[in-house]
Design a binder for this molecule. Sequence first.
Ligand SMILES: *[C@@H]1O[C@H](CO)[C@@H](O)[C@H](O)[C@H]1NC(C)=O
Ligand SMILES: *[C@@H]1O[C@H](CO)[C@@H](O)[C@H](O)[C@H]1NC(C)=O
Ligand SMILES: *[C@@H]1O[C@H](CO)[C@@H](O)[C@H](O)[C@H]1NC(C)=O
Ligand SMILES: *[C@@H]1O[C@H](CO)[C@@H](O)[C@H](O)[C@H]1NC(C)=O
Length: 294
Amino acid sequence: MFCTLTLLLWIYVDQALTETPPPPPQDVHADNWLLTWSSATEDRNVTYTVQYRPYSHDEQKWKNVPSCVQTPSNSCNVTFTRDEEEKHRCVMLRVQAKRRGLKSAQVDACSKHGDLCTPNVSLLAHRGSLTVNLSGNSKLYQEYAAHIKYNIYYGKEGETLKENRRQISSVTIPDLKEGQRYCVRVQYLLYGDEVGMSSCPICEEIPKTKPQESKLKEAIIVPVVAVSIILAVVILSYVLIYKRKKIKQYLQPPYEIPSEFLLDDVPIPNSTYRPRDEIYDTISVMTPLEVRGQ
Ligand SMILES: *[C@@H]1O[C@H](CO)[C@@H](O)[C@H](O)[C@H]1NC(C)=O
Ligand SMILES: *[C@@H]1O[C@H](CO)[C@@H](O)[C@H](O)[C@H]1NC(C)=O
Ligand SMILES: *[C@@H]1O[C@H](CO)[C@@H](O)[C@H](O)[C@H]1NC(C)=O
Ligand SMILES: *[C@@H]1O[C@H](CO)[C@@H](O)[C@H](O)[C@H]1NC(C)=O
């Protein structure tokens, strides 16, 4: 009985492991007409298929890249996209993993460098904001200037870049968390449709305000305290030097002269005591003053 259960469980676990679709490829990017990705699994039986979609206003269909169908390799030569781009047909690429007939999700490729079909992006971090600098000098931009826009995706590093803005030029994203790294990727939009590969995410840390703020506080507080101390010393010295008499008056204990003293007609009692002859010792020895002083 126990053995049967164990066997059933083992079969179930084995089936679950082999019959789940493979994890999607990671870090799919194009660099110099070579598309590369990394495998998210050790399983050697996983294969990859690369698809492309040339931009066309009426028909947008994904097609297989013939040399990269179910390849066990982690790269694909995509030099053909250059020829397409030269005809101003920007190409998008994506990769899918497959194992025993089960497919992973599709992963869109990004482009490491700005080129004809991918915006050239640079970031400039400020306090609480990030400027996305886009140089609109690509051929695509010149050709379609009036119909082209940038789709800017951004978010915290490690998260999906969900937020997006459609812009016609560089933009500053406000209200970002200080000390946090934010990443940005940008894709061209032509007549409102995404064209070409997105730029690969680039990240920048938003500088913290706090150290600067405390510096500012120091810059204000230190002089204020110093000036207060100097003022206190000056006032105190003035009071001590010029108002000494008044202070003395204030400090004198209140006392009154007895009224009898002020009345002349009141007889001051005369002492009736007469000292008797006093007895003196006869000085027999005298020491000189100098000797005593020693
Ligand atoms: C790959 O698949 C083959 C059969 O298609 C199988 O014999 C082999 O054990 C598998 N290898 C791995 C690592 O799963
Ligand atoms: C890619 O393919 C082109 C021809 O399509 C070839 O000229 C080039 O050498 C290949 N690049 C690599 C890295 O294999
Ligand atoms: C992208 O911008 C960098 C400088 O920010 C420049 O060196 C490079 O040539 C640009 N690339 C393209 C394709 O415009
Ligand atoms: C934006 O990038 C261009 C080159 O790509 C550069 O000339 C320009 O100075 C940059 N602007 C800012 C604000 O960084």
